[in-house]
Design a protein around this ligand. Structure first.
Ligand code: SAM
Ligand code: ZN
Length: 365
């Protein structure tokens, strides 16, 4: 094992760039490290604690922070990889600093994932994960975790980028964060089924600059085929705000006219239209602190495709929005399901139609 003196000399040499995060201490040494992703890694650790993986590939490790925390906080067995030699040197130093012995590889992640299978694969790239998804789908046996920071391509702000990277057409809407997540999961779903594997979304969320998903993988030709019940299109009326969604298996794919105002509807997809989390899994997560707040919001969110934003509806009605809690209570009182969403702010989900929602706005004035 590594002596205290060795660790001490290392930490004094790099004292300026020594960082503590969770139970880990790392040296950054000019390798990529984003302190803003701490919350994401905090959530990850709570999720990993509940998983059962023999091995975990931190495929794009950089400093190794995620794999190191997974070892220290979730009793994981990480394997580290980065194609950058400087990153590999830094990971090795950080492993010594945290008294961890683990395999460190210096390969192109795609080549590695074609060569070897891993129980749990984590893809945390610069920008888009799209170029790693196929290999990860091929290699991952039980779990896959993916981060995307190319939110503009995923949520419809950069339409052509979205088409190039995710082969899906989306435009900016008031529920753009949800479109982004559904786009990312949809891409993974469409890539994985050719390997006779299906996915179940354990948890997913989005923040301003990233989306993150943790998926359970199931090997089954039957389930892979059935996955297309949960992949489909969202139809959106830009005039009145009405939405609808249909899976690939649905017979009414040709219904492109808004049933409320007769306007031609926009068709977004292909996208994931299944659940954005597994409720039994979410119930098992500890609801403490800031991370727990996210778990609570997800647990309380109703399973409806797309959310609304009170500000957008108020704008359509040329009025001011009611308080979110009042609106949700009102909708529930008149017999609909309604909840806040994981995306926060003034967003809400409901099974009430856009007509009923607008009526609620008028009643609450
Ligand atoms: C965003 S950083 C990873 C951050 C890290 N997971 C964390 O939590 O701080 C992306 C890393 O991927 C590495 N990388 C980029 N392309 C790669 C490839 N094709 N194969 C392996 N590593 C790659 C880069 O060198 C960089 O260190
Ligand atoms: Zn309409």
């Amino acid at each position: 094992m590594y002596s205290e003196e060795w660790c001490h000399s290392l930490t004094s040499e790099f004292s300026k760039s020594l960082i503590s995060e969770g139970k880990a201490k790392i040296i950054v040494n000019d390798v990529f490290y984003n302190p803003k992703m701490k919350f994401c890694r905090d959530v990850d650790m709570k999720v990993f604690e509940k998983l059962n993986a023999d091995d975990y590939l931190d495929a794009l490790s950089a400093t190794g922070i995620r794999g190191i925390r997974a070892y220290l906080e979730a009793s994981y067995n990480p394997i580290f990889n980065d194609k950058d030699k400087k990153a590999v040197k830094t990971i090795k130093m950080n492993l010594k600093l945290n008294k961890i012995e683990a395999e460190v590889l210096n390969e192109d992640a795609n080549v590695l994932m074609r060569r070897r299978s891993f129980t749990h694969i984590d893809i945390d790239p610069f920008g888009s994960p799209s170029m790693f998804i196929d290999s990860a789908c091929y290699s991952a046996k039980k779990y896959m975790s993916v981060t995307a920071t190319d939110t503009a391509a995923l949520c419809g702000s950069a339409i052509t980028s979205g088409l190039r990277k995710y082969s899906s057409f989306v435009e900016k809407t008031e529920y753009y964060h949800e479109l982004g997540l559904r786009n990312l999961i949809g891409k993974i779903a469409r890539e994985i089924t050719k390997y006779d594997k299906a996915i179940d979304v354990l948890i997913s969320w989005g923040k301003e600059h990233y989306y993150r998903v943790h998926l359970k993988i199931k090997r089954s030709t039957r389930l892979a085929g059935e996955l297309y019940k949960r992949v489909g299109y969202i139809f959106h009326c830009r005039k009145c705000g009405f939405r609808d969604w249909k899976s690939f298996e649905d017979e009414q794919m040709e219904r492109h006219i808004c049933s409320i105002c007769n306007e031609k509807m926009r068709m977004y997809g292909p996208l994931w239209i299944g659940e954005l989390h597994n409720i039994d899994f979410i119930k098992r997560l500890e609801k403490k602190g800031e991370v727990g707040e996210l778990f609570k919001r997800i647990e309380e969110e109703i399973d409806i495709v797309t959310y609304y934003n009170t500000h957008n509806i108020a704008c359509m009605l040329k009025t001011s929005p009611p308080p979110l809690d009042d609106l949700i209570n009102y909708l529930k009182e008149v017999g609909y399901k309604a909840s806040k969403t994981r995306f926060g702010g003034s967003t809400f989900k409901t099974d009430a139609s856009i007509i009923e929602i607008k009526k609620a706005f008028t009643s609450l004035k």
